[in-house]
Design a protein around this ligand. Sequence first.
Ligand code: PHE
Length: 504
Amino acid sequence: MARQKWGSRWAFVLAAIGSAAGLGNAWRFPYMAYSNGGGAFYIPYFVALFIAGIPLLMAEFAIGQGLQASAPKAMSKISKNAEFIGWWAVITGAIITFYYNVIMAWIFNYLYYSLGVAWKDDPKGFFFGDFLKLTDGPGQLGGLRLPVVIGLLITWIWIFLILRKGTESVGKTVMWTVPLPVILLILLGIRGVTLPGAATGLNYLFEPNFAKLAEPRVWANAFGQIFFSLSLAFGIMIAYGSYNDKKNDIANNSIITALGNSATSFLAGIAVFSVLGYMAQQMSVPVNEVVSGGIGLAFVVYPQAISLIPGGVIVQSIFGLAFFIMLLTLGIDSAFSLVEAVEASAGDKFKINKKSFLIGFSILGFIFGLLFSTQGGLYWLDIIDHYMGTYALLVVGILESILIGWIFGADKLREYINSVSEIKIGKWFDFSLKFVIPLVLLFILGLTFADEIKNPYEGYPGWALTTGLIVFILVPVLALIFAKMPSKDDKYNIKATEITFEEE
Ligand code: PHE
């Protein structure tokens, strides 16, 4: 059967931007920038983008497109022993969907709560108490939270519907789920900057503190943010690239994807910090007392700001709806891209029918998601995310860049990229893939690990963190098992020493 193809160049580029632009842009980037030197952070950020993010993105697109294969298949073609790296990437991605979709479920609930501003003037008590009914620690799971379970069910059904017809239905979806959050961010940003106090908030985001650039952590954070934000090392961009024609442009599309993603991050920064500035002024406190990132920003701080917006409940409800629809449409493309990467990999190796796979996987994802939908689920979400989102990404990124850069050969990949792209890339690409990316990721891994030993993550009990660690270790074991299984495709393992334009 012929490999499915994107309907147009824009379907591909929008899907890639959609995967990259996710919750991380809205709640991770602004906070990262704020806490790592404000305006000065953009220096390491753009350095990281150009010397590591864009090259690895190009490499992932190129490997997928050139070998017409998902991550495990592409890697097994480069070296038979490397197939497990691809599985490691996509199994990690699969686990991420299990909890990412629970966050999507919360957002669905908050859409509903926005009507009438259900959190009133105690968004914190509302989120942790009324809504999550959070227990005292990861040792107590408590019961299932029905509203979350319902939201989770809706999310999985939605993802199933989007992926059901592959590139065709994805292409139709991204035409609106990618522009819509951007439009909403612009509207929220315009309202934000016209509120009194907005300028103070924006100062926190843009005022440069150059002294911070001397801290290695700040650089590590910039690179980490770039890798995470571009959805690299999860096999997604490889799978998306594999649905292109071999002659499709690579360099240009990578740059558009990367810049589109960064633009979304900046817009989110402005929309969020202007409102934080307003809120700080209303509460007569300095901005640094109200800033936060992550879950706290989306479900506590921003809702609180909404309660302070002038114009009464109707205006506030509209504001809340706009914010949560923005988050929902921002997140959905990232969520389904992870599932698509798993689906592409299973499809390539085991020739499983797309629909049956999706049904099976959605049910599995829903069941695993129930763990995170309990009253203690938030703790587990946080712990598992710490190991998957941070460590797995780093380790896979290192292995992947070594495999592509050294074993396949960065120069050969560059030749291929240049043979199909409008913009020609230079030798810096080889240097980045072979040295910069693996070394920088190794450095971040070292720093993170050293921190971890000094202060265990968020002060969780040892046994809970060990559980997270066990999950982290089980993934490569499972990956090896998948890699060892025989493929239903007899051309699966045929070695590729270069990329050719002949049809297989
Ligand atoms: N890139 C997404 C974001 O910034 C996060 C993500 C990473 C999603 C990896 C899927 C896979 O939110």
